[in-house]
Design a protein around this ligand. Structure first.
Ligand code: F6P
Length: 558
C-alpha cells in the first residue's frame, strides 16, 4: 500500500487504525459497539438506507474521516462543482451533470451565460422526439411507423442508458411496449451483424450517440448500418431524414456525417461522457419509460444533489460512502471492490459503476501534474449478487485477495396484478429468498465461521475455515423506481467526486485511454498493408509482430 500524506487528519486516521481497529475483527467491533452500532453507523435520506455498520470502522473513524474531508476543503470543492467552476483542470472545463437535472433555482453559467435555456430546449426536443415515436408518427422512408430504435454508442454513450433501460424495463408498460429498443456498442460488428438480419430498414431508427462523434467504434457501426440501409433506401438524404438521430457535442461532425439539423440532439463539452445519461444521451431511457419517467429519474438525482450540497458531512450519504472507500483503500489497503446488486434488474449496474469509478479515478497524476503518492481507484467488478454466489463468491469467502463490497437491494417488489394470486405469492416468496440471501452473505463475509457451531479441532473446521472480517456496505432502496434509481446513481457520481478531491486528482478526464487508440491506428494500417501484400511502414515489438503474422494467416479473406 502507498503511504498516505503526513497531514494532521491522515496521521490521526493512521493512529486510530493502529490503536482501535488493527487488532479488532469486525465481530469484536460489534461486541464493543453493543446495541447502538447499527443506529450510529446507518444513515437515511428519503428512500435510501446506507448501512456502514459492517465496515471495519467505528463512529470515531467517521469523525476522523470527515475531518480529512474538511482538511481537503471538500465544502468548497462541492460548491465549485455545482457553480460551474473549472473542476476538469486538464481540459479547462466545468462538469455540470448536476445542472442537467436541475429544475429550479439559479442555473450555473458557462462562458458568462446561464446553461438553463440550452438544457430546457434540449428536454423539449427530447420530448417531441419521444412523443412522435410513441405516437407512431415518426415514419420510415416508405411511410411505415418506426417500431425499433437502435442506440449506437460506446462507453458513456452506451452503458448508462443501457443499464437504466434494463433496470426500469417494467416501467415501459406505461408508455408503449410495442417499441423495440436495442443497443449496439462492440467495435467488431458482431452485435450488429446478427441484429441486422432480423431488422427491417423501413421501420428501424438509429441513434448515433457520441459526445465527440469521432469514436471509431461508433462511426464504424454507423457506417455498417448506413450501407445496410442503402440496400433498400434509394438515397442518403432519405436515410438521414427518416432513419438517423445524432446526439453529440460536435455539430460539425454530425452535419458532415449527414444528420439533418433537426435530428441533432445537442450535448456540451461540460457534460462528461460517463456522466451523460441525464442529457440527450438518455434519449433511449426516455423512449423506454416515457418523458415523465425520465423526468422522475432526473428528479431523484436532483434530490441527491440537494442532499449532497446541503447536508453536513456526518450525515451526507455520498460523502460517507466516499470516505468509507478512502478508509478501505488508503488505510486498510484494500484494492478490490465488489458491487453486488441483489436484483436481476440491476445486472448492468456493476458494469456502469466500473466505468464511472475506474475511468474517473483510475489516475496516478494529481491535478498539479505530480505523481500521486496514495492509492487511487480500486479494481471494481461485480454481478447480480445471487448469481455471483454461484460464481466468484468462493474467492470472497475463502480466497486470499482482500476486498470490500457494496450490497445493493431494493426492498419492496410489488408483483404485477396481471399475475394470478398464486404466482404473486410465489414471486413475493422469491423476493424474500433474495433478501435473505443478501443479508446472509454480508453477514457471512463479516463473521466467517464464527457463525457455525463447529468443533474447532475437527477436520471439518480445518477444511472449511472462513476467515470473515470482510467489510461491506449495505445500500437499501425502498423500491426500484426511476426516482430511486436517479438518487442511487447520483450518490455514486458524488462519491467519485469526493474521492477525487481527497486524492487531488481530476475525475473528469481520461487521457489514459488515448494511447491505445493512437497505437490502434498504426496497427490497423499494418494489418491492411499486410493483407494487401504491401510493405509495412511501422516497426513492431516481436510479440505484436508474431500476432500480426497469425492474423495475416487466418484473418479476413483467408
Ligand atoms: O474512450 C473512452 C471514452 O472517451 C469514454 O470516456 C466515453 O464515454 C466513450 O469513449 C465514448 O465517447 P463518445 O461519446 O465521444 O463516442
Amino acid at each position: 500500500m502507498r503511504a498516505t500524506p503526513n497531514t494532521p487528519a491522515w496521521i490521526a486516521l493512521s493512529k486510530h487504525f493502529q490503536k482501535d481497529i488493527a487488532d479488532n475483527a469486525l465481530i469484536k467491533l460489534f461486541e464493543a459497539g453493543g446495541s447502538t452500532r447499527f443506529a450510529q453507523l446507518s444513515f437515511q435520506d428519503q428512500n435510501m438506507l446506507l448501512d456502514l455498520s459492517k465496515q471495519r470502522l467505528t463512529p470515531k473513524t467517521l469523525d476522523l474521516l470527515t475531518q480529512l474531508a474538511s482538511e481537503r476543503d471538500l465544502s468548497k470543492a462541492i460548491e465549485n462543482l455545482f457553480n460551474g467552476g473549472i473542476v476538469n483542470e486538464s481540459e479547462l472545463r466545468p462538469a455540470l451533470h448536476t445542472a442537467l437535472r436541475q429544475s429550479s433555482g439559479e442555473y450555473p453559467n458557462v462562458d458568462g451565460k446561464s446553461v438553463q435555456p440550452q438544457i430546457e430546449a434540449n428536454l423539449q426536443q427530447m420530448q417531441s422526439i419521444v412523443e412522435k415515436i410513441h405516437a407512431g408518427q415518426w415514419l420510415g422512408f416508405d411511410g411505415q411507423p418506426i417500431n425499433t430504435v437502435v442506440n449506437i454508442g460506446v462507453g458513456g454513450s452506451d452503458i448508462g442508458p443501457k443499464m437504466v433501460c434494463q433496470a426500469l424495463d417494467e416501467f415501459s408498460a406505461q408508455t408503449r411496449d410495442t417499441l423495440q429498443l436495442l443497443f449496439v456498442s462492440s467495435m467488431d460488428g458482431s452485435q450488429l451483424a446478427k441484429m441486422l438480419q432480423h431488422l427491417d430498414q423501413g421501420t428501424t431508427l438509429f441513434i448515433l450517440a457520441s459526445k465527440t462523434f469521432t469514436t471509431v467504434d461508433t462511426i464504424a457501426n454507423a457506417e455498417t448500418v448506413r450501407s445496410w440501409l442503402r440496400k433498400k433506401i434509394p438515397n442518403d438524404k432519405l436515410i438521414g431524414q427518416h432513419h438517423f438521430i445524432g446526439c453529440s457535442a460536435n455539430t460539425q461532425r454530425m452535419d458532415l456525417w449527414g444528420i439533418p439539423e433537426d435530428h441533432q440532439v445537442r450535448l456540451w463539452d461540460w457534460v462528461g461522457g460517463r456522466y451523460s445519461l441525464w442529457s440527450g444521451i438518455g434519449l433511449p431511457i426516455a423512449l423506454k419509460i416515457g418523458m415523465q419517467g425520465f423526468k422522475d429519474l432526473l428528479a431523484g438525482a436532483q434530490s441527491m444533489d440537494h442532499h449532497f450540497r446541503t447536508t453536513e458531512f456526518k450525515q451526507n450519504l455520498p460523502v460517507l460512502l466516499a470516505m468509507t472507500g478512502i478508509w478501505n483503500i488508503n488505510v486498510l489497503g484494500l484494492k478490490a471492490h465488489a458491487i453486488l446488486p441483489y436484483d436481476g434488474r440491476l445486472k448492468l449496474l456493476p458494469h456502469y459503476l466500473s466505468q464511472l469509478e475506474m475511468e474517473s479515478n483510475g489516475k496516478s497524476v494529481t491535478t498539479k501534474g505530480d505523481r500521486v503518492s496514495m492509492d487511487t481507484s480500486p479494481v471494481i467488478w461485480g454481478d447480480v449478487g445471487a448469481d455471483a454466489q454461484h460464481a466468484f463468491f468462493q474467492l470472497l469467502h475463502q480466497g486470499t485477495t482482500a476486498f470490500y463490497a457494496d450490497f445493493i437491494t431494493p426492498v419492496a417488489r410489488t408483483p404485477s396484478d396481471q399475475y394470478s394470486k398464486a404466482t404473486q405469492q410465489q414471486l413475493q416468496y422469491q423476493q424474500d429468498l433474495n433478501l435473505a440471501n443478501c443479508l446472509a452473505q454480508s453477514r457471512a463475509l463479516m463473521m466467517g465461521d464464527s457463525l457455525l457451531d463447529w468443533d474447532e479441532s475437527s477436520d471439518q473446521a480445518a477444511d472449511h475455515l472462513y476467515r470473515g472480517n470482510h467489510p461491506s456496505t449495505s445500500i437499501m432502496l425502498e423500491e426500484l423506481t426511476p426516482y430511486s434509481l436517479g438518487s442511487l446513481l447520483a450518490m455514486y457520481e458524488h462519491k467519485v467526486y469526493v474521492q477525487a478531491v481527497i486524492w487531488d486528482i481530476n475525475p473528469f478526464d481520461q487521457w489514459g485511454v488515448e494511447l491505445g487508440k493512437q497505437i490502434a491506428k498504426t496497427t490497423l494500417n499494418a494489418i491492411s498493408q499486410r493483407q494487401n501484400g504491401q510493405p509495412v511502414d511501422e516497426q513492431f515489438d516481436k510479440s505484436t509482430e508474431g500476432l500480426l503474422n497469425y492474423i495475416n494467416q487466418y484473418g479476413v479473406g483467408h
